[in-house]
Design a protein around this ligand. Structure first.
Ligand code: GMT
Length: 403
């Protein structure tokens, strides 16, 4: 199939899922075009990780210098091509008109590459751009929209976006959601009755796995210290300050360190709170790491106290690394984490409950090991790419009338 995937390239779960899907589909022999404002970071990683000859590298570099995209396919190396969404900068306008420029980029692409499916990740504004591109190009491609969470639970419900979001969901040929909870929420919040396919996110267990490297771990914690980790984009919805509060309670009871991985608006507040609670010396803030699997598997426990989490991809990636989780019982997290078996779920804002759960996991070595093992087993068995990716292919076939 010829598939165009439209996604956000910032450090958010929807862009990660879109990129991983593109690569997974390409590996299965499909031709995939990623359309985004810039090259998504996980795509860069995939491309950089592959070896190329001196000659291929030279062609790629010359191509980039000349601004010729896509270049990767031209050298026959990839079935994933990246297309950057065009931009406009006109003094009359305050915004970049990205809904229109994305539609325009797509309209050009579908003519050149006989696109059969445009898969929009995150309804806003991508599903609308995809539908507009079909109108503009007169094309017959099908539009599949994947809802990721905040496009529906927060942003899409804002009065300024509600009508267009609802229309995009109604008018898509197929809609998928990353959890049952998100599908239910979408139906209720928008009064929508159309079918929504639930397709969970997935994790590559070959990349995300436990790390047994005492020297690397020693950079972050002593052997007798528990290492806790939080990975997010530090938006308010992630409640990263709760991570600091839970950690302070844990560190008062046992030797522990905390790794705060990522960047975002709430990061300075977390700094200030760590100082106020006098745990700053035990907390290490790492900037955004494109290959988070390099540190994730070192941790003993992940904290994810989000206000809202339609799935919790970072949690699943932690579980694949054998790291049990203490998270909030919200959104799609109960579809990922099993209470008492692979981690613990507590009410949003229940700092005491989360600290108690963390202490229960960390202070009993045999129980802790079992939680980590079960977390990995669940990630590998239930959320393996070979289980999940075919579900997207099934949706594509269905909208194309191939079954
Ligand atoms: O929450 C984020 O950090 C970003 C956001 C996105 O759309 O990029 O993530 C959402 O989509 C992820 C991938 O499907 C899910 O794993 C996250 O749970 C979801 N975030 C929220 O619902 C808050």
């Amino acid at each position: 199939m010829n598939i165009a995937i439209l996604c956000h390239a910032s450090a958010g779960g929807s862009g990660v899922v879109a990129t991983e899907l593109a690569v997974a589909l390409a590996k299965r022999g499909h031709q995939v075009h990623i359309v985004a404002p810039k090259r998504p970071f996980r795509l860069s990683r995939e491309l950089d990780a592959r070896s190329e000859s001196f000659f291929q590298g030279m062609i790629r570099r010359i191509g980039r210098l000349l601004g010729v995209t896509p270049v990767d396919a031209a050298i026959g190396r990839e079935r994933v091509q990246f297309h950057q969404i065009g931009t406009v900068d006109y003094p009359l306008f305050d915004d970049a008109l990205s809904t229109l420029t994305a539609a325009n980029t797509l309209a050009r692409l579908v003519e050149e590459h006989h696109i059969e499916i445009v898969h929009a990740h995150y309804a806003i504004p991508h599903a609308t751009s995809a539908l507009l591109a079909r109108e503009v190009s007169g094309g017959s491609f099908k539009v599949v929209t994947t809802l990721h969470g905040t496009d529906v639970t927060l942003l899409g419900l804002e009065p300024a976006l509600r009508h267009t979001t609802r229309h995009a969901i109604e008018a898509s040929d197929a809609v998928t959601a990353v959890s049952h909870d998100l599908a239910r929420h979408t139906r209720e919040a928008f009064g929508i009755h159309r079918p929504i396919h639930v397709i969970h996110n997935w994790v590559d267990p070959e990349r995300f796995k436990p790390i047994h490297d005492p020297l690397l771990r020693a950079r972050f914690a002593q052997p007798d210290e528990a290492l806790l980790i939080h990975v997010s984009n530090f938006r308010r919805v992630k409640r990263p300050q709760d991570v600091i509060r839970v950690f302070a309670r844990v560190a008062a009871k046992l030797p522990a360190r905390l790794l705060m991985v990522g960047d975002g608006p709430e990061r300075p507040e977390c700094f200030a709170l760590a100082q106020e609670l006098e745990v700053m010396g035990r907390v290490q803030f790492l900037e955004f790491i494109p290959e988070v699997e390099r540190v994730l598997g070192l941790a003993d426990l992940m904290l994810m106290p989000s206000e809202q989490e339609s799935f919790g991809l970072a949690v699943l990636e932690g579980m694949a690394c054998g790291v049990p989780v203490v998270a909030s019982r919200v959104g799609g997290l109960p579809e990922v984490v099993e209470e008492g078996k692979t981690g613990y779920l507590r009410a949003v804002g229940d700092i005491e409950g989360m600290a108690e759960a963390a202490l229960e996991a960390l202070s009993q070595p045999v129980h802790h090991q079992r939680l980590g093992e079960q977390a990995r087993v669940r990630a590998v068995e239930r959320f393996h790419p070979d289980v999940i990716v075919p579900q997207y292919l099934e949706v594509y076939r269905e909208v194309l009338g191939l079954q």
